[in-house]
Design a protein around this ligand. Structure first.
Ligand code: NAD
Length: 488
């Protein structure tokens, strides 16, 4: 089942309930050491074809199970992952570079909860019914699973985001072919080992590992995959939209962000500062919901900046498996370079880097010297038109700028192509509502960040996505609705 050479972990595709080796492999790095430690299948059309066939074969039986039967299986899978939580957390930290603390307290518990949540929510949906008494008719809707769902997920929250798709897809009665990011495939592969024990029939969940260009596109272009749920960058979403257009597929696209935090002068800074540090730097800033533009009202700008920078300097960067560490490694050498380049560009434009990259020295343990680390970095006096204020950096870098009026800050906060998440800090309830309504953002948090209720729609406006995920939204995406009229 698991092939392991002396040093390297070798993953296999999971198709039709079996682990199947691949003819070629991609190197996967441990971001905190820079070493290759794992081989990931470099799947292509052939592997995707086999996985789609297995999923198609499993569909009639799985889709005919009652929601209650499927719910029990999802709950069992949640229990099994939870039982192995520590092993999953260790693997996620090693594979992604995130801190063990974050993997233990956020990634894996949420993966468990994704299965529990959809195991429960699938039992509580109701369909619609209307009566047309004068015509002697009643109309009602019925919902059915669509078929084989193609699921493609990114590297930043690997198992968390993959299960956020697998759970609703299979709860609704679909079968799936999933492709995790080629950079973070290990926990998906570990989960495959638990599927049989949980009672998931063979072929219901198939995982094909590999790159986006080969495995991802083969899945997107497969004629027997009528729906694709994708989380990743806006650029890739454009490519997926183009490639899938000839097949008229149903797409859900959860994409990037350039999220503002707006801090008014009546904000409670004792809450706002620690939360904004988290929203800027949690998971190395590699969360689509991370804050990267902080607008502070002029009256408190200097005080905020002083306190914010002083606190940012306290964040410890280093070995992700050290529980005292706050910032782990970035995902790859290339990504680290890209994030560093943004800081260089800001400096070249005349912005001030107040802490972190290029200002403070990294202090890494000997074993981590070749890892992809970067200190939390705060940039001030950066222009709204700068690429640092317009483009998604996706690293531990945040920009702080001053504003004067409510009207002005709304316009500036909306002045980017993205619209995923925003945060507003103020003790004025009227203002909080007014601003929240006018922000072009799929989610607005006020006086908090990342407090989620999975029942509610999650997703982005503008270049941040198409569609929403959540109890009702995912149910609607992963089912086909039919209206039936009965005349009596
Ligand atoms: P990415 O777009 O490079 O890759 C995402 C996934 O798509 C990977 O599995 C990749 O292999 C695959 N892929 C790449 N090219 C493909 C193609 N041509 N066809 C099919 N699949 C392809 O994104 P990433 O770098 O892995 O992730 C970071 C991005 O994801 C950021 O922009 C971040 O904001 C976004 N993100 C969004 C959300 C959200 O919920 N809105 C959540 C997490 C991450």
């Amino acid at each position: 089942m698991m092939a392991q050479s002396k040093a390297l972990l070798v993953l296999e595709n999971f198709i039709g309930g079996k682990f199947i080796p691949c003819s070629s492999y991609i190197d996967s790095y441990n971001p905190s050491t820079g070493d290759v430690y794992c081989k990931v299948p470099d799947s292509g059309k052939e592997e995707v074809e086999a996985a789609v066939k297995a999923a198609k074969d499993a569909f009639p039986i799985w889709s005919s199970k009652s929601p209650w039967e499927r719910s029990q299986i999802l709950n069992k899978l949640a229990d099994l992952i939870e039982h192995d939580l520590e092993a999953f957390a260790q693997a996620e930290s090693k594979d992604q570079g995130k801190t063990i603390t974050f993997a233990r307290t956020v990634d894996i518990p949420r993966a468990v909860y994704n299965f529990r949540f959809f195991a429960s929510s699938i039992l509580h949906h109701i369909t619609e019914c209307t009566e047309m008494a004068t015509m002697g008719c009643v109309h009602y809707t019925s919902r059915a699973p669509v078929g084989v769902a193609g699921l493609i997920s990114p590297w930043n929250l690997p198992l968390y985001l993959l299960t956020w798709k697998i759970a609703p897809a299979i709860a609704c009665g679909n079968t799936v072919v999933a492709k995790p990011s080629e950079m973070t495939s290990v926990t998906a592969w570990m989960m495959c080992k638990l599927l049989e024990k949980a009672g998931v029939p063979h072929g219901v969940v198939n995982i094909v590992f590999g790159t986006g260009a080969k495995a991802g596109e083969a899945l997107v272009c497969h004629p027997d995959v009528p729906l694709v749920s994708f989380t990743g960058s806006t650029l890739t979403a454009q490519r997926i939209t183009e490639k899938s257009a000839p097949y008229c597929k149903r797409l859900s696209l959860e994409l990037g962000g350039k999220n503002p935090a707006i801090i008014f002068d009546d904000a409670d800074l004792s809450q706002c500062i620690p939360t904004t540090l988290r929203s800027s730097f949690a998971n190395q800033g590699e969360i689509c919901l991370c804050t990267s533009r902080i607008f502070v009202q002029r009256g408190i700008y200097s005080e905020f900046l002083k306190r914010f920078v002083a606190e940012a300097k306290k964040w410890k960067t280093g070995n992700p498996s050290d529980p005292a560490v706050d910032v782990g490694a970035l995902i790859s050498k290339e990504h680290l370079q890209k994030v560093r380049n943004y800081v260089k560009k800001a400096q070249a434009e005349g912005a001030r880097v107040l802490c972190g990259e290029g200002v403070d020295a990294l202090d890494l343990p000997p074993g981590n010297q070749k890892g992809y680390f970067m200190l939390p970095t705060v940039i001030a006096e950066v222009k709204d038109e700068s690429c640092c204020m317009q483009e998604e950096i996706f690293g531990p870098v945040t920009c702080v700028v001053a504003f004067d009026t409510e009207e002005e800050v709304i316009k500036r906060a909306n002045g980017v192509k993205y619209g995923l998440a925003a945060t507003v800090w103020s003790s004025n309830v009227g203002r909080v509502h007014r601003v929240a309504h006018r922000l072009q953002s799929g989610w607005v948090w006020t006086n908090c960040w990342l407090v989620r209720d999975l029942n509610l729609p999650f997703g982005g406006m503008k270049a941040s996505g198409i569609g929403r995920e959540g109890a009702k939204d995912s149910y609607e995406f992963f089912t086909e609705v039919k209206t039936i009229t009965i005349k009596h």
